[in-house]
Design a protein around this ligand. Structure first.
Ligand code: CFM
Length: 530
């Protein structure tokens, strides 16, 4: 029996039927088969997923440093989305709202009698104390259930205080994971902010970096390289990002999409409305960074820019050459498992490969089929009640602000050379024999660990310590533990240094996995009744 079937075999018929669609063992045959994704988790299974509010407030909106993001709900939602993601930001005037946790702190009486009064009061206090230019209200589950009209309060706020205010109905229960929250945030940024200021770019090599959240300083490292080459980075969505920069983002000539899952909606809508082309980039990994920089230069089609790109690549490579060689010698031949949200499990495989580490298992919490199989499957993805629950925004061409950098002929020619409006997905980069899992749960994590015995498991805080108690090094690929940046050239050696330290620490000699010296309890899984 292959590894996939050994794990699936332990499930009851009902759970088996569901999970078998989400797990693939890659072969020439299975590589082209569809994988089930973006659907509901089996109730009762210990999933790693987050909620819609997390995707909207925590992921996309949270990093905006000059926006006051107010959580309307009980204090826990605001508190647990405060400062845990390590999306760094710095400001010149010292006004950095992401250091604060703003919440209406709803209590039982508010749930019974309605929370709008408290929301109005919180906004009044926030405006008086902080005087933000932009305020965003994010809904949590109870607010959706009791039906507070946050959109009416937002409209009222704009009139009353003369600031930009918008509301997000991103109740935690909406959608099947945080992915729905990304989409809701993307829609409102598009409707209310992008395209509201028309300051011209500094030069024609003007770009936005989309889906880069500056975890551990990644965005800063990518910006440093791009600026060295001569790009004008108009805005970053949304790591160290700002309301003001995003207002102007439609003026760029090219959008660079790092995390396809969380932001492809904005890339598509900006293309339709403003004519801004997008390419898929990946600044995680040495070879990937080089490829992305060359694709960008190819897009602009300028000889000088291409030469400058090669100069910078050579210089950056020379700076890391010794360390790269040393860490390669320490890491070559190791194996890894990766389980993260919706894009890193792909990107980090390429960085690991730079250091000779192969991937035996990769999974996503909430990716859609296109992130696994490539964008060409999008027309075949069946909509269900959950996906229909998230608004699909239809935008039209803005005749005044539309600007296309390429001619139609140039576009068609380039499309054959660089990933223009294309993403080929994770599976195509993976070796036969490796495992792909959607919405991996705690039970499957434990089982695959025993069967595949990877040297290192990359995931998050929820499973880090259970993995390490089993004797396997675990690194947090969401927050980078306390480290970073991992992007670009310098980032790649930071990453290699961290995992080398982890793997070679003598601590592993002192860990005995629990099953080695005592029997484990046996039980049957819920839903087992035939
Ligand atoms: Fe994109 Fe992200 Fe990710 Fe994501 Fe996330 Fe994240 Fe992630 Mo954690 S936006 S999909 S919702 S790359 S917070 S910075 S690490 S799960 S793989």
């Amino acid at each position: 029996m292959n590894v996939r079937n050994i794990v699936l075999d332990k499930y009851s018929a009902k759970v088996y039927k569901n999970r078998k669609e989400h797990i693939m063992e890659l072969t020439e045959e299975t590589k082209d088969q569809p994988i089930a994704a973006n659907s509901r988790t089996v109730p009762g299974i210990i999933t790693n997923r987050g909620c819609c509010y997390a995707g909207c407030k925590g992921v996309v909106l949270g990093p905006l440093k000059d926006v006051l993001v107010l959580t309307h709900g009980p204090i826990g939602c605001g508190y647990y989305s405060w400062g845990t993601r390590r999306n760094k930001a710095k400001t010149e005037d010292g006004r950095n709202f992401i250091e604060y946790c703003f919440s209406t702190d709803l209590q039982e009486p508010d749930i019974v009698f309605g929370g709008e009064k408290k929301l109005r009061q919180a906004i009044k206090e926030a405006v008086e104390i902080f005087q933000p230019k932009c305020l965003m209200i994010c809904s949590t589950c109870p607010v959706g259930l009791i039906g507070d009209d946050i959109h009416a309060v937002a409209a009222e706020t704009e009139k009353l205080y003369g600031i930009t205010c918008m509301a997000f109905s991103c109740e935690g229960y909406k959608g099947v994971s945080q992915s729905g929250g990304h989409h809701i945030a993307n829609n409102t940024l598009m409707k209310k902010i992008i395209g509201t200021n028309d300051t011209p770019p500094k030069n024609k090599y003007s770009v936005n970096l989309l889906g880069e959240y500056n975890i551990g300083g990644d965005g800063w490292e990518v910006e440093r390289i791009m600026k060295r080459i001569g790009y004008d980075v108009i805005s970053v969505f949304t790591g160290d990002g700002s309301f003001e920069a995003i207002q102007n983002s439609h003026m760029a000539n090219l959008n660079l999409v790092q995390c396809h899952r969380s932001i492809n909606y904005i890339a598509e809508m900006m293309k339709t409305k403003y004519g801004v082309d997008w390419i898929k980039v990946n600044f995680i990994g040495i070879k990937s960074t080089i490829q992305s920089l060359r694709d960008m230069a190819a897009y602009f089609g300028d000889k000088e820019l291409a030469e400058r790109t090669e100069e910078v690549i050579d210089d950056e490579l020379a700076n890391i050459a010794d360390e790269k060689e040393y860490y390669y010698s320490k890491l070559k031949g190791k194996t890894a498992a990766l389980y993260v949200g919706g894009s890193r499990s792909h990107h980090y495989q390429l960085l690991l490969a730079d250091f000779g580490v192969s991937t035996v298992l990769a999974g996503y919490e909430f990716a859609h089929r296109d992130d696994y199989e490539g964008r060409e499957v999008i027309p075949t993805i069946r909509e269900d009640a959950d996906s229909k629950n998230i608004e699909h925004l239809n935008v039209a061409k803005d005749e005044k602000k539309y600007h296309a950098y390429l001619t139609d002929e140039q576009y068609e020619l380039l499309k054959t050379k660089i990933p223009l409006e294309d993403y080929t997905g994770m599976i195509r980069h993976m070796e036969n024999g490796s495992i792909v899992v959607d919405d991996l749960n705690q039970f499957e994590t434990d089982e695959f660990l025993k069967l595949l015995k990877p040297d290192i498991f990359f995931s998050g805080i929820k499973d880090k310590y259970s993995l390490q108690k089993s004797g396997v090094l675990a690194r947090q690929l969401h927050s980078y533990d306390y480290s970073g940046p991992y992007a670009g050239f310098r980032g790649s050696v930071n990453f290699a240094r961290d995992i080398t330290m982890g793997l070679y620490t003598p601590a592993w000699g002192f860990v005995t996995p629990p099953w080695k010296n005592r029997s484990t309890l046996r039980a049957s899984l819920a839903g087992g009744e035939k």
